[in-house]
Design a protein. Structure first.
Lengths: 353, 353
């Protein structure tokens, strides 16, 4: 398998504005040219109309909330197989896109939105681990705070734990500030082979581990307090990268709802089982940005097609020591965790400088 | 790059019935299990909910009329790179799916349908090559006739050249029987690595060549009588397979409209430039099924997501000598040609036994 690097990237601001999807894609794609050297349109084997690129391979990858990371893995496979050498992976979403709601969500109770499963997860987590509303609110407070230093974030407003706990109840167990924001935005990355990487950048970031798992969407009661697809995906990614969770310096985690971050830090083995809440509380208290430095989905916003790619952009910037105020010192190894469909599908990437 | 084989396949009937997309996918997927040995759900690394498969990689590939072949190339790259070993590629479409109409088609004149570009192509072809209505009608007569021996075809009705020439005018240059049928249907293939292929079948069919090209969708006047993306894709596929057009025994060609077949047989170098019409006339007169043995899109129907995959199923059956009444004698090497978006994007595959 050929080695594959991230060599360029771009991000629009994530906003509630109703912008044309083409403008969003073009803006983040344009930045890819700004963050690389020697790149011209004819050097790209994969993707995108308005940019004047005439690629070999060009298609849409759709996988709900984890479309972005799935597209990155698809791009990786084209390069690793030798079918392509340089691939532009670009994702975007527009606020109010009807594709953000699963058809089968509509049949499950009164909420025509992923809120129904987040509510079930939260209730189950509270029951099994005695998780408190304050512990859930800390996730949101931390990520909103971290988003303040991300110029592209949807939210630039800090919230106190009390404000979050007292924000509007969406269900018995979910407050509005526990939820990520649906929004408009676009992110892009340029992937290329080892042979070509040095041409485009002096600081290639390698995708060294990939894990993916999709379980049946008909999850059972037993699985409401664990992200079983994430456990499998993470183990596969660590194995492929020949690394361990202890070596991860910075992680982008799929906090579509606050409970997801508490579950994910455990299921990705970043902390022991049943210590997720105290682990996140400690990060918050010590102002350690290790988890979701750009503000996560809760702080930065969640434009479905862009999210997984924007997570890769953040880890790339962190490993290149270019994350400015968000920078984790001496970050050498990073992780991306992107999920979809009530956490029944997970993608985990390990990136290394 | 690892070798990749087609080792199993399935096809539903292509019909005008409004069937649920899940039932269609399940039916063609089920046949994959029937056409292989030793296959169980846990052996598949890629795809599909209802079938009880819990894959590593599972996402939708969307590329309009060539979604099917793009998904197959994506599956190929996952296996060739080593990220997956066995991938199920399954496609389906439902009659009346609004995704069959391009948004930008709607802005170009009175036809909210690909008919506008087919009409431009046909008019330009008539002007430049003095192509006659009879020559166009022969494509449709041949493919409708060949579809008679395809049990899954949408049409089982033969048409005379005169009936086709006198069928309803859709535009000045296009009759209704020059157009492929939008319909419901599903097709699936199972791809696997060289190491695993023998486990599932005694007759693996190898995907030995792949070519893809996407040009800008803003095509120019000069390009109306040639499929420039197909020329590039075909040359790349022949090169990768280390073969030549002369060695192709049987070809599935994207005859979305009759003029496409006349252009494609030339642009894929199956005959000399400006001999497409006489080449197809000769096939018709000699009852040679070399081009579109299952009836093409015109005879078999065109369920967008399934078409490219059903073309691969046909070539696989031909190279396995299992195409029954449609069999080309002694077929060793076959070609698949799948296009989208007014022929601005082409995928060409070479398959070999």
């Amino acid at each position: 398998m050929k080695k594959v690097a991230v060599v360029g990237y771009g991000n629009t601001k994530f906003t509630k504005d109703e912008l044309p999807i083409e403008s969003l894609l073009l803006e983040s794609t344009k930045q890819v040219f700004d963050t690389t050297k020697n790149l011209s349109q004819d050097l790209i084997d994969g993707l995108s109309e308005l940019s004047g690129i005439k690629p070999k391979i060009s298609h849409t990858v759709e996988h709900l909330c984890s479309s972005g990371s799935n597209a990155a893995v698809s791009g990786f496979s084209y390069i690793a197989s030798g079918l392509a050498d340089t691939v532009l992976v670009t994702g975007a979403d527009k606020i109010g896109n009807p594709g953000q709601i699963l058809e089968w969500d509509k049949s499950r109770g009164e909420f025509d939105h992923p809120i129904y499963w987040a509510s079930m997860f939260t209730k189950a987590h509270k029951r099994q681990f005695s998780t408190t509303d304050e512990e859930l609110a800390i996730v949101s407070a931390k990520n909103h705070k971290q988003a303040m230093d991300n110029p592209n974030a949807y939210s630039h407003k800090p919230y106190t734990i009390s404000e979050i706990m007292n924000s509007k109840n969406v269900t018995d167990d979910l407050r509005i500030l526990d939820c990520s924001y649906s929004c408009s935005g676009s992110s892009s990355i340029l992937l290329t082979s080892e042979e070509t990487a040095k041409k485009f950048t002096d600081e290639p970031i390698w995708i060294s581990g990939i894990g993916q798992k999709t379980n049946s969407a008909s999850f059972t009661k037993n699985e409401l307090t664990t992200l079983s697809s994430s456990i499998i995906a993470a183990n596969d990614a660590y194995k492929m990268a020949k690394t361990t969770p202890k070596k991860i310096d910075v992680a982008e985690i799929h906090d579509a709802f606050s409970v997801c971050e508490l579950m994910a830090v455990e299921d990705l083995s970043l902390t022991e089982k049943n210590t997720g809440a105290s682990y996140v509380r400690n990060l918050f208290n010590t102002e350690d940005r290790k988890i979701n430095p750009r503000g996560g989905l809760i702080g930065a916003g969640h434009p479905l097609g862009a999210t997984g790619i924007s997570q890769i952009v953040e880890i790339t910037q962190q490993l290149q020591n270019k994350a400015k105020k968000r920078q984790i010192s001496n970050a050498k190894s990073g992780l991306v965790h992107n999920m979809s469909a009530a956490a029944t599908s997970s993608t985990v990437l390990v990136l290394e400088s």
